[in-house]
Ligand binder design. Structure first.
Ligand code: HEM
Length: 181
């Protein structure tokens, strides 16, 4: 996982909780990287899982909820850092349909060693999208947070239901997404 993701996570912890809590979880997680991330470096995604686990212990907040909150934060950063992906797109569901074939394709050009999930989308009608996440990493909560963060960007309300499965080490989550306004 790219260092940029870790730096954003660290920023969120500092802003939402405190610099002291960030120091404490980095120390407790005893990370191979020591917690010093560069944006272009690549680190084991297990380091993020470990940081989240310690943050959950430290704050008493469920780990899944923390990862979803991080996803929302990350979507906000992406909207600021990569406005071109969002400009000219009509709404959240249209935007989500561009991730697999456009956004992540460009991400891969920028970072050839990026570890990206696979998304499969099916648009039932204007207000209904089914989006399936597949990855050998366990970040469906991150995907959910990113989806919700995108909806915030477009000022829309979504109703999301989700079904998680796992086969042959692949995490598969099917999101049924309904636009409500
Ligand atoms: C402009 C928008 C976006 C940008 C620039 C972007 C970029 C990235 C980058 C840089 C990574 C890290 C790759 C690595 O660490 O090796 C990543 C991973 C990921 N992205 Fe995106 N992304 C965007 C939108 C989204 C959206 C809307 C979703 C959800 C529907 C999503 C789902 C994910 C997930 C779940 C991962 C973690 C890797 C995994 O689970 O296998 N991304 N993305």
């Amino acid at each position: 996982m790219k260092g940029i993701v870790f730096s954003e996570f660290n920023d969120m912890v500092e802003e939402t909780f405190s610099p002291e809590i960030l120091d404490r979880i980095i120390e407790k997680a005893a990370l191979p990287s020591g917690g010093a991330y560069t944006s272009v470096g690549t680190y084991d995604h297990v380091e993020l899982v470990s940081l989240v686990t310690h943050l959950s212990e430290e704050t008493g907040i469920d780990a899944g909820e923390l990862v979803r909150a991080f996803g929302k934060h990350l979507a906000g950063r992406f909207a600021t850092q990569y406005p071109a992906f969002f400009n000219g797109v009509d709404g959240t569901l249209d935007f989500l349909e561009t991730i697999e074939a456009h956004v992540h394709v460009e991400v891969r050009k920028l970072y050839p060693d990026a570890e990206l999930p696979i998304f499969d989308t099916r648009r039932h009608d204007r207000d209904h999208l089914q989006m399936t996440y597949r990855s050998n990493r366990p970040f469906a909560d991150l995907a959910e947070g990113l989806i919700l963060g995108c909806a915030e960007h477009f000022n829309e309300n979504l109703k999301i239901s989700r079904e998680d499965n796992q086969h042959n080490g692949i995490n598969e989550s099917r999101f049924a997404i309904q636009q409500q306004n």
